[in-house]
Design a binder for this molecule. Structure first.
Ligand SMILES: C[C@H](O)[C@H](O)[C@H]1CNC2=NC(N)=NC(=O)C2=N1
Length: 96
């Protein structure tokens, strides 16, 4: 399935509406690092993100070390950022 990439203006608007997310140097992904009290809280968050991802059929690139979770969002089907990344970032932030 082909999904359109955000234009530079759309990307800047999307980033402006998010807090804590940064654009990767190549402009093709956004990332945010999360920190929790302990592993249990971090993994509970990951579980909730996983359920969101399945619902949206849009999946994060992520890693976890103890109480930290790093998430990168990009749209493989678009070869860069799409509205799906912005929507997923907003949905993830609403879990906090
Ligand atoms: C077939 C299925 O809809 C696609 O492969 C979905 C699944 N999850 C996805 N997740 C992400 N991050 N990008 C995609 O392009 C993507 N595509």
């Amino acid at each position: 399935m082909t999904i359109p990439r955000l234009t530079d203006a759309e990307r800047d608007a999307a980033l402006g509406a998010l807090s804590g997310w940064t654009l990767r140097a190549d402009g093709l992904a956004i990332s945010r690092d999360f920190r929790f009290a302990d592993f249990s809280e971090a993994f509970a968050f990951m579980t909730r993100v996983a359920l969101l991802a399945e619902q949206a059929d849009h999946h994060p690139e992520w890693s976890n070390v103890y109480n930290g979770v790093s998430i990168t969002l990009t749209t493989h089907d678009a070869g860069g950022l799409s509205h799906r990344d912005a929507a997923m970032a907003e949905a993830i932030d609403r879990l906090l």
